[in-house]
Design a protein around this ligand. Structure first.
Ligand code: G1P
Ligand code: ZN
Length: 543
């Protein structure tokens, strides 16, 4: 056992965000930076005696080094058993699934999700608790406080373990099992979906293109889609995880997954396209020449959930993050089930799922999931769609248009202004908040503001209150504008403006989205002086 004494904390003012600690790789390469964080984590967790820990990451640059460090420290901490994915690889949903199936005390996920990887890219670490979900704020706060105090790092003085082969190793008093990254996750998928029906769909010649974006979904998609469900070889593209994601930005949206979009618009396009992000928890669904918005995808899954074996008994309720479109609300109303509106971030769904209040949940940011684990789940969403297509005989576009016909279309877009100065972003929000009291009833640019507030959420399970979660304006005809600052960026601030307009007129469903939303953009500019504060004439990304 080695005890390393470190002089001062590198963490002063570096509070981990809502999704764990995400920093540039170069920051993680500082001496004892990762060690300090992991020591703080172990210091605040209850005893590891007799407990199991799960460890794995999305394979990005620095993953291998970090896994070895964590194993040496976790063994020094005294875990009975550590389950680590072969090659140090585990997708975020797989970590969640393994924690739950193997009754682990928790798990460490190494990922910066959809942020770019490589030596100049980002790295990240987060802790998930025994329910399989991200640690709640009181734990992350305690870890942060502890990072400032840690002066001693406990680790074994042992050589790197061979992680590229399945097998079992002994480190001090700890058994380290190198596990197949896919096996447990695949079991969960088999328990939910009608694999026979999906196999028959592929056998009938159905064509899918799954773009794993050179990130961690590759091995999972190869194994399930191609090997088990009979999709032809080549269905999965960019299917080998690369340390720098091959230079791709593994965040599935029409801007980053432009190659997939191009394929899906071609004359010989496959029947369905899909993509997932760095750690495989996000998903994008595309039909032939038809991009599905994440909010619509969630609503379609909810509307037809009982066609899928795992959800045959119906949904106890659904939940969406506040900026996600209200399409799911209408479906829930028709199904007669509750629909919860939570702040942005997956962790708010955890309590609702644990309490059995909701079965499906999702966000506009390409995250969809259910009670099967406590993370969003990219490949799960793809299998869900495949199951629906297989048993309904309908197309991707057909299912979405059916939703629009029945409930109207929530025309929706998110405009991001990236890399702006933190001060100016805060000023914009402050100025906006100051106007809130005078907004309701005001008419601006011919649009009437019906209600305006700064979203606050009282957790219906534990009563905890989250305030200042985003400024929302509700307009006439149930249009909405939402403003909030990103909590996950690693450089500068990002302003997100979410725009939504409910269109019941079938003839307007095919108008260009940005055209339908243009009056809302103008109103957003008027109330928030977006150009002034961001110094940008246009958003950097529109999804
Ligand atoms: C973003 C998304 C949010 C998601 C989070 C983690 O957070 O908007 O929906 O839960 O990433 O994947 P943001 O950067 O907006 O704070
Ligand atoms: Zn992710």
């Amino acid at each position: 056992m080695r005890l390393v004494t470190i002089p001062t904390s590198p963490f002063e003012g570096q509070r981990p965000g809502t999704s764990g600690l995400r920093k540039k790789v170069t920051v993680f390469q500082q001496p004892f930076y990762l060690e300090n964080f992991v020591q703080a984590l172990f210091d605040v967790l209850p005893s590891a005696h007799g407990q199991t820990l799960v460890v794995g990451g999305d394979g990005r640059y620095h993953n291998r080094i970090a896994v070895q460090v964590i194993l040496r420290m976790a063994a020094a901490r005294g875990y009975a058993r550590i389950l680590v994915g072969r090659g140090g690889i585990l997708s975020t949903p797989a970590v969640s699934a393994i924690i739950r199936r193997r009754r682990a005390m928790g798990g460490i996920v190494l990922s910066a999700s959809h942020n770019p990887g490589g030596p100049e890219g980002d790295f990240g670490i987060k802790y998930n608790i025994a329910n399989g979900g991200p640690a709640p704020e009181k734990i992350t706060e305690a870890i942060y406080a502890r990072t400032l105090e840690v002066r001693e790092i406990h680790m074994l003085d042992s050589a790197d373990l061979p992680l590229d082969e399945l097998g079992s190793h002994r480190l001090h008093f700890t058994t380290i099992e190198v596990v197949d990254p896919v096996a447990d996750y695949a079991e969960v998928m088999r328990s939910l979906f009608d694999f026979e029906a999906i196999r028959a769909l592929f056998a009938r010649g159905f064509r899918l293109r799954f773009d794993a974006m050179s990130a961690v979904a590759g091995p999972y998609a190869h194994s399930l889609l191609e090997h088990e469900l009979g999709a032809p070889a080549g269905t999965v593209v960019n299917g080998t995880p690369l340390e720098d994601f091959g230079g791709l930005h593994p965040d599935p949206n029409p801007v980053n997954a432009v190659d997939l979009i191009r394929c899906m618009q071609a004359a010989d396009a496959p029947d369905m396209g899909a993509a997932s992000d760095g750690d495989a928890d996000r998903n994008m669904i595309v039909g032939r020449g038809f991009v599905v918005s994440p909010s619509d995808s969630l609503a379609v899954l909810a509307a037809h959930a009982t066609l899928v074996p795992g959800y045959r008994a119906g949904l106890s309720g659904v939940a969406r993050s506040m900026p996600t479109s209200t399409a799911i609300d209408r479906v829930a109303q028709k199904l007669g089930i509750p629909c919860f509106e939570t702040p942005t971030g997956w962790k708010f769904f955890g309590n609702l799922l644990d309490a059995g209040k909701v079965t499906l949940c999702g966000e506009e940011s390409y995250g969809t999931g259910s009670s099967h684990i406590r993370e969003k789940d990219g490949l799960w969403a793809v299998l869900f769609w495949l199951n629906l297509l297989a048993v309904s005989g309908k197309s991707v576009e057909g299912l979405v248009r059916e939703l629009w016909r029945e409930h109207g279309r929530c025309v929706y877009s998110r405009h991001d202004y990236e890399g702006i100065s933190g001060d100016r972003a805060e000023n914009l929000m402050r100025e906006l908040r100051a106007q809130l009291p005078s907004m309701p009833g005001a008419s601006l640019l011919g649009q009437r503001i019906v209600a305006a507030d700064d979203f606050a959420y009282a957790d219906p399970v534990d009563g905890s209150l989250s305030v200042a979660q985003g400024v929302r304006l509700e307009l006439q005809d149930r249009a909405r504008i939402v403003f909030r600052l990103s909590g996950t960026g690693t450089s500068g601030a990002t302003l997100r403006i979410y725009l939504e307009r409910h269109e019941t007129d079938l003839h307007r469903h095919d108008l260009p989205v940005q055209q339908v939303l243009a009056p809302l953009v103008a109103l957003a500019e008027r109330v928030a002086r977006v150009r002034h504060w961001t110094g940008m004439a246009e958003p950097s990304v529109m999804t």
